[in-house]
Design a protein around this ligand. Structure first.
Ligand code: BG6
Length: 482
């Protein structure tokens, strides 16, 4: 059996999709609070769903009807986490990925002292995890920057956010560092290039010049911030580890026509743009040249390159849901994926949301990443969003979820057998939460069903799906019994 004894098994959630309690415990408004479920929106139009303006922010914040703002209520993890952790423990989890809401500790992002109620909440959460023998893997930024930083600074386009984020990270390391040994800085750091507001707190109408330039500027600031807090963590807790987190969007050429292959190669270079910095310590000269040709410059200040080079990550983590295909032919059929819209692969089935199911793509991703960086890998998101049916006898027969996860885990094991070094596997998400892209509750990923609909109706009761027992068995067997 190739998986090491130290291999961590579990799942991951994010504060803005699970906690709820958006106005409790001193939490300030976050960019995720604006996110609205639009029953008639085209789920393929990711950019439109995540585009906001000053007017839409104002409208959302003064909207008296909370029905469509699912991320504000999440699944009430804020109050129900003891019950949820007990269920995760029942499945045998040894790791749970959670994120810390920046605006719970620093409501506007600008305070000089943290909100102690927020600190107390996370301390209780991590203590409770320890009681269950579940190790926390904590993301500091998972799509929920304080809203104030968007409206006042235009988010990460402003270099001053680095210092504000460092203050937040220092509080997390100082107050939780005795309980948390595994950290991630930015969830899917590359995603600021695809959804500037959600990931970078950037409001397009406040951008002077091109949006593309603003996004690369923001990304550079996030990369520097990530490197700086890596140095900080090493000083405060030398026994802890920090990883980067990228959206693994493995892409195949649609045909073997050299133009399709070249287009795919260009896509890949873009995909690795940030992990090359975080894991490799420097920007790829080819990527910089491509950007320069497009008129984009990275605002590198004296000292930045040293900081990036000296503070590479301990491990590389990533999300993997689907793969994409690339073609230079503009007439080919296209389909959505995780925060992207690309070319459809004729060999792969898709979910109702158009995401293409490709287990072999996970093996390809693992091998590509390990070959490139030679650092331990951690799958911190993998799963399938589906509409589940709760039967009259309160069961969910989710064989499709078991099939998806089983086939992906089998490919992961092949990759490990081939020599890829891995720290663990945390599926997305072990309990149903609110969808990032559509704010739907009905796009479900969990082993645990949450009785709640898109408009917040339901008891919130937690119900074990068929996949719950299956995952427990997988973990108990160390991955041998899939
Ligand atoms: C990842 C995000 O991109 O995809 C998660 O990090 C998100 O926050 C996950 O939930 C699945 O996407 P969605 O839109 O189906 O929730």
């Amino acid at each position: 059996m190739p998986l090491p004894d130290t291999f961590l098994w579990g799942g991951g959630i994010a504060a803005s999709q699970a906690e709820g309690a958006w106005r409790e415990g001193g939490r300030g408004p976050a960019v995720s609070d604006i996110s609205k479920y639009r029953p008639n929106a085209d789920p393929k139009d990711y950019a439109a769903q995540h585009h906001v303006s000053l007017a839409s922010i104002e409208e959302a914040m003064s909207d008296p009807d909370p029905t469509f703002y699912g991320k504000r209520r999440g699944i009430d993890f804020y109050h129900r986490y003891p019950e949820d952790l007990a269920l995760f423990a029942e499945m045998g989890f040894t790791v749970l990925r959670v994120s810390i809401a920046w605006s719970r500790l620093y409501p506007t992002g600008e305070e000089t002292e943290p909100n102690e109620e927020g600190v107390a909440f996370y301390l209780a959460l991590f203590e409770n995890m320890r009681v269950h023998g579940i190790q926390p893997l904590v993301t500091l930024a998972h799509y929920d920057a304080p809203l104030h930083l968007a409206t006042t600074y235009n988010g990460w386009t402003d270099r001053r956010l680095i210092a504000l984020f460092e203050r937040f990270a220092r509080t997390c390391f100082e107050r939780f560092g005795h309980l948390v040994k595994l950290w991630l800085s930015f969830n899917e750091i590359d995603s600021v290039l695809r959804h500037p507001f959600t990931s970078g707190a950037i409001i397009e109408e406040l951008v002077e010049g091109s949006l593309e330039q603003a996004c690369y500027t923001a990304l550079h600031h996030q990369l520097v911030a990530s490197a700086r807090i890596t140095a900080m963590l090493r000083e405060l807790h030398p026994d802890a580890k920090l990883g980067c987190m990228l959206t693994m969007l493995t892409t195949y050429p649609l045909t073997c026509h050299p133009d399709d292959v070249a287009a795919t190669q260009a896509k890949d270079r873009l995909m690795y743009h940030s992990s090359d910095v975080q894991a490799g310590g420097e920007y790829s000269p080819l990527a910089l040249r491509t950007l320069a040709q497009r008129g984009v410059t990275i605002p590198i200040e004296p000292g930045d390159l040293d900081i990036l080079r000296e503070n590479t990550v301990d491990f590389v983590s990533f999300s993997y849901y689907m793969s994409m295909t690339e073609s230079v032919d503009p007439t080919v059929e296209r389909t959505p994926g995780n925060t992207v819209f690309g070319v459809k692969n004729p060999y792969l089935p898709s979910t109702d949301w158009g995401w293409q199911i490709d287990p072999v793509g996970l093996r390809i991703s693992l091998i590509a990443l390990y070959d490139r960086y030679r650092k331990p890998l951690f799958i911190v998101e993998n799963g399938v969003g589906m509409r589940d049916v709760l039967t009259d006898d309160r069961k969910v027969h989710d064989d499709y979820r078991i099939d998806y996860l089983r086939s992906h885990l089998a490919e992961m094991i092949v990759a490990v057998d081939e020599g890829v070094e891995m720290l663990g596997y945390a599926c997305w998400s072990p309990i149903d939460t609110v969808s990032l892209s559509t704010s739907q509750m009905s796009k479900r990923y969990g082993f645990i069903y949450v009785d709640q609909d898109d408009e917040g109706r339901g008891s919130g009761e937690r119900i074990r799906k068929d996949s719950f027992d299956w995952y427990r068995k997988v973990i108990a067997s160390g991955g041998t019994d899939l």
